[in-house]
Ligand binder design. Structure first.
Ligand SMILES: [Zn+2]
Ligand SMILES: [Zn+2]
Length: 258
């Protein structure tokens, strides 16, 4: 089977190691067929995202680096992409970015609640999950996104699996079918290591319970396994293999190419 990865970062986001070429070289080394560079999108008017991003002025350098890698490594297909949050205020920006890239990944790292932004790595209440799923549906409905990154990231600090979790899982799955968006099994959640929760020890994500619902009730939802690597050495590491095995064990409808 030909290997691919469509969720890849690089050092301009200020929390990853190595430039575009380092990731492409690693992919070539492991005989990958295709690699999509999909670093965090810059936002013009979104201070909450702080400094852990490239800036808007760096976008053209990022695209140039990808184009250079495409020329230098003809043995692999290198795609131009970005990982983006979606809020209605960003519609025009995202639309413009969708025209400059091969694909966009939707990653709802934030919700707006009580007039503030709250990140998806720290949810504890059902209301936050509801807003998270609603944001995803809104993003998917734009038609700008091909992949939804770590749909189950809402479980990172959520204390235990409950009815709200089941509800948002089904809501996300139905939206994925409706708008033909691929759901991602994300290896980076495994790299975070097992954690203790009220209902036992598990990885923050991928969530076994989330993906069991997908596997049993939404068999036709397209699923992709991605590394979400922030270091070239993580492109095809043991966690990536664990993520592939996880998807295989649950008999998810895995696609390997966009
Ligand atoms: Zn990142
Ligand atoms: Zn990412």
């Amino acid at each position: 089977m030909k290997l691919t990865n469509y969720h890849t970062h690089h050092d301009r986001c200020k929390h990853a190691k190595g430039g575009v070429e380092a990731y492409v070289r690693e992919a070539v080394l492991h005989h990958y067929d295709e690699i999509g560079m999909s670093c965090h999108t810059p936002h013009r008017n979104f201070k909450q995202l702080g400094t852990r991003r490239m800036s808007y002025d760096e976008l053209s350098d990022y695209f140039n680096d990808i184009e250079q890698a495409q020329e230098k490594y003809p043995q692999i297909r290198v795609l131009k992409a970005l990982e983006c949050e979606y809020f209605p205020i960003l519609f025009e920006d995202i639309k413009a970015l969708s025209k400059q890239t091969d694909y966009l990944i939707l990653a709802q790292h934030y919700i707006q609640i009580d007039g503030k932004f709250k990140d998806a790595f720290h949810f504890t209440e059902p209301r936050q999950l509801e807003l998270y799923a609603a944001g995803i549906e809104e993003g998917m409905a734009t038609g700008f996104f091909k992949i939804l990154a770590h749909p189950d990231v809402f479980m990172t600090t959520y204390p235990k699996w409950d009815e709200a979790c089941e509800k948002v899982t089904r809501q996300i799955a139905r939206a994925a079918l409706k708008y033909d968006v691929i759901l991602e099994v994300n290896a980076n959640g495994l790299r975070r290591g097992e954690q203790k929760y009220e209902d036992g020890v598990r990885y923050p994500y991928p969530s076994e319970k989330f993906w069991k619902i997908i596997a049993t009730e939404f068999k036709e939802v397209k699923v992709m396994v991605n590394s979400d690597c922030h270091d070239p050495a993580y492109l095809n590491d043991e966690y990536m293999q664990m993520a592939r095995d996880f998807a295989k064990r649950l008999k998810l409808n895995v696609i390997t190419h966009l």
